[in-house]
Structure formats: structure tokens, C-alpha cells
Ligand binder design. Structure first.
Ligand code: FES
Length: 169
């Protein structure tokens, strides 16, 4: 039996479609008797795992003229961000006047990022050593936003945060 002798005659460069992450490539071989064409297609959207999310509500420090407390909202991937960074990234006010100028930048040493967790504390990390020192005699619902990790990469749910409470003013 004679060995088949194939030579690639068409090798197209890969086609990328960034909008929907499709990838296609094809190679055509032509032998003496037949032509073989192979195409590959991968859709990465179908195989990407869905990461759990944490929904957050931030209640303002004072009621408006109508007696209703303002609420701001954000949603983040579980376990990927500190509460402080979520608030800053979403332009949700965290610091009172003094803290805006004198905060420690998230080092856990100034205490200007205190918030109260109204609901969903089980979706957060345990108090860190910095919090155990700084918030030793404070209510368990108080947290330093710069030490608080929102979610653990596996859980999902809702966290309600009271921001800029009266004791910080
Ligand atoms: S920013 Fe200083 S303790 Fe959180």
C-alpha cells in the first residue's frame, strides 16, 4: 500500500471575534485522491463558570426631607474585594470630614472607615486582628471597611451597610 502524501495548501490565520469570544481556525489538506478540511470552533462563553455575587445596600446617615433614608446599591463578585474598595469604586461616601483627609489608606490603624453591618454579616470575613484591637469594646456589628472582605468566593446573598453613622461626625 502506498503511503498517502498530504501537503497543507491552505492555512488561514485564526479568526478572532472579540465581541462574543468565538475562536475559529481551519486547515485544508489536499492529497492525490481526496481533500480533507478540518474546522475548529470554540465558544468560551458556554464554558465560563458563573461566579457567585454579593448584593450590597448602603443606607445613608440621615433621612431626607421625606423621612426616608437614601439607599445606594452595588453588586460584586463574592470574595474579591474589600468593603472599603467597593465603596470607593462606586463613589459611595465612606469617610466623614476628618477621615477624608487623615485616613490611613486601608491599613487598619485609623478607625475612620467604621461602618455598621445591619444585615448579612455571615457573608463577610471574621474580624481581623486590627479590628479586634480597634473595635474591642464596640458592638459586634461594627466593622472597619478596610478590613472587611465581602464574600468568600463561594457564598452569595445580600449585605446591608449603615454608612457614616452619627458617632463619626
Ligand atoms: S482606612 Fe484606616 S482603619 Fe480603615
Amino acid at each position: 500500500m502506498a503511503a498517502m502524501n498530504f501537503a497543507p495548501i491552505s492555512l488561514r490565520p485564526p479568526e478572532f471575534t472579540f465581541g462574543n469570544s468565538n475562536y475559529r481556525n481551519s486547515v485544508t489538506f489536499i492529497g492525490k485522491r481526496r481533500t480533507i478540511s478540518v474546522s475548529l470552533a470554540v465558544n468560551s462563553q458556554e464554558s465560563a463558570p458563573v461566579k457567585p455575587e454579593i448584593e450590597l445596600e448602603f443606607i445613608g446617615p440621615e433621612a431626607g426631607g421625606d423621612g426616608v433614608y437614601p439607599v445606594e446599591r452595588a453588586t460584586e463578585i463574592s470574595g474579591e474585594k474589600l468593603l472599603r474598595n467597593i465603596m470607593l469604586d462606586n463613589k459611595i461616601e465612606l469617610y466623614a470630614t476628618y477621615g477624608k483627609v487623615m485616613n490611613c489608606g486601608g491599613g487598619g490603624s485609623c478607625g475612620t472607615c467604621i461602618v455598621e453591618i445591619i444585615d448579612g454579616k455571615d457573608l463577610l470575613n471574621e474580624r481581623t486582628n486590627a479590628e479586634l484591637r480597634y473595635l474591642k469594646k464596640k458592638p459586634e456589628s461594627w466593622r472597619l471597611a478596610c478590613q472587611t472582605i465581602v464574600g468568600n468566593k463561594e457564598n452569595s446573598g445580600k449585605v446591608v451597610v449603615q454608612r457614616l453613622p452619627q458617632w463619626k461626625k
